[in-house]
Unconditional design. Structure first.
Length: 287
């Protein structure tokens, strides 16, 4: 269905209060899941990010790339194992993770933004001392899986001040130059808090938090931090949603205005979330 000129004008007018609200504000987008593997969706995500920039927002992209890492490990004849959603990362795996995320995925996103008319700079958490990390699991079972120990947002501010969109690979480093593999949701939440973002948007491959994971109609549109424990006890927040919701809670309690878990399979999901009255997905709020 093609919109009439009047409908197009109305759509733009609907966006006006949101453009005003977020003008000059930072929005962290965790990019991963289906929106990263499907070429058409990929282009639409890039367009959304570039549009945000040109209406005056400051999008900051933090990306994943789990499937790409698994694909490369497989091509190299190496296996991979996950414990509670985190990839067990020995020294050899760490080398591949860094090569894939920093060398391949990061640069593909930068190229996509540039091809959509934006300007982007790709960095990892190692650049400018952005992410100081250490092992997430002191027992050593997870190897070089990292947790964020501190974030120095100066490099992000510099990139933004110069008109570029920062694109960040979730690799951290300790004082001895050891690299760590950080889950991209966790990295995005820590960065959102450190840059005092107004919004954190996590793209995933489901409509949001579902009361019943088998029923896409059972979306929980608004989730209050005070309800999280109950939902975890009831088993509603489980599996891949557990770390995602925890990231949102960490972000909103750390001062990020709003956090959203949205369906990256929906074309232009980011635009729909930010610029329309209904929004989409699950919004986590600090109440
Ligand atoms: N209540 C729930 N609602 C939605 N998804 C859920 C729920 N419980 C578990 N999940 C699972 O969480 C997954 C999303 O987490 P994950 O696979 O880690 O996402 P991503 O790869 O996009 O970071 C969904 O694909 C779904 O299988
Ligand atoms: C420790 C850990 O598991 N790190 C992730 C980093 C990438 C990531 O988080 O990618 P997605 O967002 O696409 O899942 C991994 O190795 O797959």
């Amino acid at each position: 269905m093609v919109a009439s000129p009047m409908e197009k004008a109305e759509i733009l007018v609907e966006a006006l209060p949101y453009i005003k609200e977020f003008y000059g504000k930072k929005v962290v987008i965790k990019y991963g899941g289906a929106a990263m593997t499907d070429c058409e969706l990929k282009d639409k995500v890039m367009q959304d990010i570039v549009l945000m920039k040109y209406v005056g927002m400051h999008p900051i992209v933090v990306h994943g790339g789990g499937p790409e890492i698994s694909g490369m490990l497989k091509r190299l004849g190496l296996g991979t194992e996950f414990i509670d959603g985190l990839r067990v990362t020995d020294a050899e795996t760490m080398e591949i993770v860094e090569m894939v995320l920093v060398g391949k995925v990061n640069k593909e996103i930068v190229a996509g933004i540039e091809a959509s008319g934006g300007k982007a700079i790709g960095i990892s958490g190692k650049d400018g001392g952005l992410i100081k990390a250490g092992p997430i699991d002191p027992s050593g079972k997870l190897g070089f899986v990292g947790e964020v120990r501190s974030v120095n947002p100066q490099i992000i501010e510099t990139v933004i001040e110069n008109g570029y969109i920062p694109v960040i690979a979730p690799i951290g480093m300790d004082a001895r130059k050891q690299s760590y593999n950080i889950n991209a949701d966790l990295a995005a939440a820590a960065i959102a808090v450190a840059v005092k973002a107004d919004k954190l948007v996590l793209l995933t491959d489901v409509p949001g938090l579902l009361r019943d994971p088998a029923d896409p109609e059972s979306l929980i549109s608004v989730l209050k931090v005070s309800e999280v424990e109950t939902y975890i006890r009831e088993g509603v927040i489980a599996g891949g949603m557990l770390p995602k919701v925890k990231c949102c809670v960490e972000a909103v309690t750390g001062g990020v205005g709003r956090t959203h878990i949205i369906d990256g399979r929906v074309p232009h999901a980011i635009l729909l979330e930010i610029f329309t009255n209904q929004g989409i997905g699950t919004m986590v709020i600090n109440e």
